[in-house]
Design a protein around this ligand. Sequence first.
Ligand code: ATP
Length: 307
Amino acid sequence: MSAGPTLPAVDDAVRADGLTKRYGRTVALAGVDLTVPAGTVHGLLGPNGAGKTTLLRTLFGLSRPDAGTLTVLGEPVVAGRTPGGLAGFVDSPRFYPYLSGRRNLELLAAYDRRGHDDIDAVLERVGLAGRDADRVSAYSSGMRQRLGLAAALLRGPRLLVLDEPVNGLDPAGIRDIGALLRDLAADGGSVLLSSHHMAEAEALCDGVTILRAGRTVHAGRVEELRAAAPAAAHLLRTTDDAAARAMAERRGVDVTEQDDGLAVRAHRADLDAYVLALASDGIAVRALTETGSPLSQLFFALTEESA
Ligand SMILES: Nc1ncnc2c1ncn2[C@@H]1O[C@H](COP(=O)(O)OP(=O)(O)OP(=O)(O)O)[C@@H](O)[C@H]1O
């Protein structure tokens, strides 16, 4: 892949401090802080309307903030200009639907005054080799996401910014793209991606910034989040739910009755011990399903608590 523009090394690929953006009466960003350490994959998380897209648009110079400071790869972002060394997409990647994936990449390379030498390599890297001659109109949504990533990689970016890049991808696709993003970070590149899903971010990212109503409500490494997360929630059904509930109470396991069974909140070791105790008391487990991973619960707690 061709090298990106020569820019000085930086500690943080992105730094936003107190970024504010209003659309009339709507406050899309209410003083957001965001740091993406260089050489990491960072997730920007938040529910619908939290301000993720607005923040990504300001990074690309597509939207001018009303207040705050923003640097990308050490340089202040100027509205109307894509920062040097940055590539990616905000909203869905766009292509000429009646042209092939390869032809779209060729046009992009020509626009950037680059040769076509890297096209085969990026098609291979995103898993589109063999489908590159098909028209984009015949691509699945996951294939379009992959082509969007190919287009960004073609620019040899030092910072890749991707708006919901694994939307529409199957689990194998998510795994492959995750591996690709990790390789980029291992080579010193940086990645910022947006997502609605904590589980997705947990699988892909080193660190996350969580937005709610235009504000940063959490920023840190995924391991720190894991350490702070509550016990997982489970739905339990047994041959005798009343006896199972009584036993949970005796053992100090957090259990509540629901229409469809018992809601149990417990860390893994406590849950295992409880299930074994049920069995030894002759209470058979008919179903035990995790209903909310610890990190997902933390995400909901951070983004849904009243403002
Ligand atoms: N061009 C615009 N004009 C007016 N309001 C806007 C505009 N763009 C965004 N907003 C508003 O700003 C707020 C933040 O929107 P934004 O699209 O940044 O959120 P998001 O986190 O990306 O949401 P989603 O997950 O639904 O994509 C919302 O209230 C939205 O309605």
